[in-house]
Design a binder for this molecule. Structure first.
Ligand code: PEP
Ligand code: MG
Length: 574
């Protein structure tokens, strides 16, 4: 039966394909059916992996050194207990037999159930133990991955599959970079959650906040993902299917046409040059950035180097990564943002920080609390600056002392490199992100102490309107046109221009073609966005005349009625 679900549009375009249900993509397991005569073999595969992990944990417990903290032994015993609990050791075997599914799938299904039970526990210590359950399951999955001769997952036809999940973390989305799925749908998530941002960076149609998709859609069902309007159509009839196939072809034609302006300089009709830079998450994204015609990297979200791994990348590994990007951009600016870990981006094994992670020890707050980790990154960035035009960008600043402490740390890193005779760019520019309303309202110290500013509109909107960007329950309140948001953005751009401190916008607003003229009218000349959006923004720049924009932009800025502001924006874009 055909039905439609609505969510938030998180990645443009239209995808048509078979639904592929994912339980917990962080564990990114394959989901495939097992032939009836092979189910016992599959059960054995699981048992062998569990035995192997048990032996590993026992060995680890035996080798705990005498002086080690008592918690270490207790922690390993807890993991052994979890491993042998019937919910994990027995139930998945039954699932393999009854559902005829592969062992990984059964294990993750069972884990999801357990985790859901933990979520209901009142006691916060016990509730947090769900992280241990996940870790144990990950160990078993890893053991299965390493088994020789294990059948290859059903990864064939990925291009015609649409992933449907309850929730995907940013770390999960990173894993999908290695895949070629046609589209994504998640029940949870806001439009500017990092999960949605990464879906856009994959340049495939995506919907977040579809609420019940994971429950209502069946494996293998034909679905249409309209990533432009945030609509999911399940089991469409022939007419609807034909209509969407037509729209898909039209969108593709438009995309191909846009490629023609790839190497056209981004200059307005009145001759003003505008910088269009790319946002990247991993060094390999630089290829897509170059292909899009970006004239620099305006935001390298360096924390993504830290996800999906059990250890932290050291100074040398980071240095190699940053140097690779600097070299690949061949003299064009590369803006490396220092670690923005915390909130929805956590490293393996660490729990989400504090009762309210978005307001907790995140980004620069975390870095200043962990000077050793911060210093390794600062040294790596400085060393890489010798090989290209690197700029360093500090996220989530709010206080003068955070700026001063960060600058002092950078000076210390320089002194250490000098003492070792290691080269770095002595002119490397240092900038700060304007993402907290307090920063936008107290710009004095920012423009005095920093070389450039970059407005992170995703967080600026989150903190100005008090809406958690990862929570789809409040995503209808996300409004880039809210007068308070526009005021903070315009004020920052205008103050930067007056004080001769360059200002960029690197949040999702920069990649929204309906807002390009408004931002140009406020005086913005540097935009940084996902490469997939770059040509559409360039098209807007090419057909804009700044002389026509300032007055209407200021009118929108003064407008307190949201509906009227929308109408004025439509007029500006007409
Ligand atoms: C922002 O907040 O707008 C931004 C660019 O940073 P991130 O999305 O990574 O938080
Ligand atoms: Mg941010």
């Amino acid at each position: 039966m055909s039905f439609t679900l609505h969510g938030a549009a998180a990645g443009g375009g239209i995808a048509i394909g078979q639904a592929h249900l994912i339980s917990s993509a962080r564990l990114e397991v394959a989901h495939y059916a097992i032939a009836p005569e092979k189910t016992e073999l599959e059960v054995m595969r699981l048992s062998t992996a569990v035995d192997k992990v048990r032996a590993e944990l026992q060995e680890l417990r035996r080798s705990v050194p005498a002086g080690a903290p008592a918690e270490l032994g207790a922690f390993l015993s807890l993991h052994l207990m979890i491993l042998d609990d019937a919910m994990l050791s027995h139930a998945p075997r039954e699932l393999i037999r009854s559902m005829r599914c592969n062992a990984e799938w059964a294990l993750v299904l069972q884990m999801d159930q357990l985790v859901a039970q933990f979520d209901k526990i009142e006691d916060s210590y016990l509730r947090e133990r769900k992280a241990d359950v996940v870790q144990v399951v990950e160990r078993v999955l890893k053991a299965m991955q390493n088994q020789r001769g294990h059948p290859s997952p059903a990864s064939a036809h990925e291009e015609s599959m649409v992933v449907v999940a309850h929730d995907l973390s940013p770390a999960d989305m990173m894993l999908f970079k290695q895949h070629q799925y046609a589209g994504f749908v998640t029940d949870l998530g806001g439009v500017t959650s990092h999960t949605a941002i990464l879906a856009r960076s994959l340049d495939i149609p995506a919907i977040v906040g579809a609420h019940t998709a994971r429950r209502m859609v069946r494996e293998g069902e034909l679905v249409i993902v309209d990533g432009v309007h945030g609509v999911l159509i399940v089991d469409p009839d022939e007419l609807v299917l034909a209509e969407y196939q037509k729209r898909q072809r039209e969108l593709e034609q438009r995309r191909q046409k846009l490629k023609r302006i790839r190497s056209t300089p981004a200059t307005t009709m009145d001759g003003t040059a505008v910088d269009l830079h790319a946002n990247i998450e991993l060094p390999q994204d630089v290829e897509q950035a170059r292909k899009s015609g970006a004239t620099g990297v305006g935001l390298f979200r360096s924390e993504f180097l830290f996800l999906n791994r059990d250890d932290l990348p050291g100074e040398d590994e980071q240095f190699e990564a940053y140097r690779m990007v600097a070299r690949a951009m061949d003299g064009m600016p590369v803006t490396i943002r220092t670690l923005d870990l915390g909130a929805d981006k956590t490293v393996n094994g660490s729990a989400r920080g504090g009762p309210n992670p978005a307001m907790g020890l995140r980004a620069i707050r975390l870095c200043l609390a962990e000077p050793q980790m911060f210093m390794a990154q600062l040294r790596a960035i400085l060393r890489a600056s010798h090989y290209g035009k690197i700029r360093l960008l500090i996220p989530m600043l709010a206080h003068a002392h955070e700026i001063l402490q960060s600058l002092a740390m950078i000076d210390r890193a320089r002194a250490l490199l000098d003492a070792q005779g290691l080269p770095y760019d002595r002119e490397m520019k240092i900038g700060g992100m304007i993402e907290v309303p307090a920063a936008a309202l107290a710009l004095g110290v920012f423009v005095r102490k920093l070389d450039f500013l970059s407005i992170g509109t995703n967080d600026l909107i989150q903190y100005t309107l008090a809406i958690d960007r990862t929570d789809d329950n409040v995503s209808h309140l996300y409004d880039p046109l809210h007068p308070a948001v526009l005021h903070l953005i315009a004020h920052t751009i205008k103050t930067g221009a007056r004080m001769k401190v360059p200002v960029a916008v690197c949040g999702e607003m920069a990649g929204d073609a309906t807002l390009t003229r408004l931002l140009l009218g406020f005086g913005l000349r540097q935009f940084s966005m996902h490469p997939a959006n770059l040509l559409a923004i360039k098209q807007q720049v090419l057909k804009s005349d700044l002389r026509d924009l300032t007055q209407p932009a200021n009118k929108i800025l003064r407008c307190e009625d949201p509906e009227k502001a929308k109408r004025l924006l439509e007029k500006l874009n007409a």
